[in-house]
Design a protein around this ligand. Structure first.
Ligand code: CTP
Length: 400
């Protein structure tokens, strides 16, 4: 619920502006006090009066003239807001906001605000994919703005592709999440997530792998992006598509994952190590495909570096989270790893339990804290568990 939260919606001139009427209505029904500001172009698509009727508040369009109750309209609007939602956000808005251009009431209010800024871009696919738009999004993300990924589907211009405004329910859920679910938004925090399983070569054709699907780690990365963090996802082999809105680094072997993780470590605020890292690798992988000959074949394995243990010994202020995928004595083994790897908490699960473990969309996990407290979660989707993990990471990181 958004009880008594003040939400300022900025509507810019895209055809999806009509969908934002429902967004405003839903936010109001959730208990928020909603105000709307519009660009002149947006007012060509939807009448300010519509928003006025829905929100019960005056709608601001012009820098001078309307909003008669305010002394300095943009400052008053910026001060009013607990959060600003820009929906739909046009390519033009993104460019202006990224470069500090303030040439109308809406962009001036955005620059006058230090509150969470949630942006829902919507436009033609080519405009969205244009390097200029992508660079502007990157700049805004870097400053802590929360960017909601556009949906894929039919677009107003008659084409089909990425660029649709997400459904009103999704936009409202994102706003709620930022204002209530996540105790401290992760804007301006950098989070490193590892996921998937490492692949240790035997020869150019075969490898030693594991059953990790990457689902849990990818959900954690998605949850961190949703919470406004700057996210780096370093992934081994995975069965799922990586989330968008983050830096994605693909690796194969544990040694490569270690290099990639260490390259980022100094610049991150938290590491969530959900990757299934192979403990051993083949000592001398064959340069050519191994041909079938003798009845038995012996591979000599050597120990891989323990990445998380290394991070635990290097860590300064970083929050460190580990995973313990076990098949027996779950809490005992997990506690041992928590201490030995110098973690803030560890997420433990029995990978043999029905509804948990590899390849399924759900998980049954416990979080064990340094102080010894244990939080047991019942079966839930990996997405929900990821949100819970990220909420706890947010609590651990200082918010200011
Ligand atoms: N981990 C790591 N590097 C490794 C092995 C594990 O960084 N070489 C990390 C995992 O990503 C996980 C945590 O350490 O967050 C625990 O991994 P797990 O495989 O459960 O434990 P191990 O320490 O490898 O111990 P064991 O395999 O004996 O259970």
């Amino acid at each position: 619920m958004l009880d008594k939260k003040n939400i300022l919606i900025g509507v810019t001139g895209g055809i999806a502006a009509y969908k934002v009427v429902e967004v405003a209505s839903r936010l109001k029904k959730s208990g928020a006090n909603v105000r709307v500001m519009m660009t002149r172009n947006a007012a060509e698509f939807v009448s300010p009066r519509t928003f006025q009727e829905i929100t019960g508040n005056a709608v601001s369009v012009e820098m001078f003239g309307d909003a008669a109750n305010f002394h300095v309209a943009h400052i008053a609007l910026a001060d009013f807001a607990d959060a600003i939602l820009i929906a739909p956000a046009t390519a033009n808005f993104l460019a202006k906001a990224a470069h500090g251009i303030a040439d109308d009431l809406l962009t001036t209010t955005v620059i006058a605000s230090d509150k969470p800024l949630i942006i829902a871009p919507s436009m033609n696919t080519k405009m969205f994919d244009n390097p200029a738009t992508q660079a502007n999004l990157q700049i805004l993300r870097g400053r802590g703005a929360i960017i909601l990924e556009p949906a894929t589907g039919e677009l107003a211009c008659g084409t089909s592709g990425k660029g649709r405004l997400p459904e009103p329910a999704e936009i409202c859920a994102a706003v709620e999440k930022h204002l209530s679910l996540v105790p401290c938004p992760l804007s301006l925090k950098k989070i490193l997530v590892t996921a998937g399983g490492t692949v240790e070569a035997i020869d150019p054709v075969r490898y030693i792998g594991n059953r990790s699907s990457g689902r849990m780690g990818y959900e954690i990365a998605r949850a961190a992006v949703d919470a406004g963090a700057d996210v780096v996802l370093i992934s081994g082999k995975s069965e799922v598509e990586p989330p968008t809105g983050l830096k994605f680094v693909k690796v194969e072997a544990a040694t490569q994952m270690r290099e990639a993780v260490l390259a980022e470590f100094d610049s991150v605020d938290a590491v969530i190590m959900s990757a299934a890292v192979a403990d051993y690798r083949v000592k001398n992988p064959a340069a050519q495909k191994i041909k079938k000959s003798a009845d038995t074949l012996t591979l000599e394995l050597v120990k891989n570096p323990d990445i998380l243990r290394e991070l635990g010994s290097l860590k300064k202020n970083q929050v460190l989270i580990g995973f313990a995928a076990e098949t027996q004595n779950i809490l005992d083994y997990a506690r041992k790893k928590l201490v030995e790897k110098n973690l803030d908490f560890i997420v433990a699960n029995d990978v043999t339990a029905t509804g948990a473990g590899f390849g399924v969309a759900t998980n049954i996990a416990s979080i064990i804290w340094r102080g010894g407290e244990v939080e047991n979660f019942s079966k839930m989707s990996k997405a929900d568990l990821a949100d819970k993990i990220i909420a706890r990471v947010a609590n651990l990181l200082s918010c200011d």
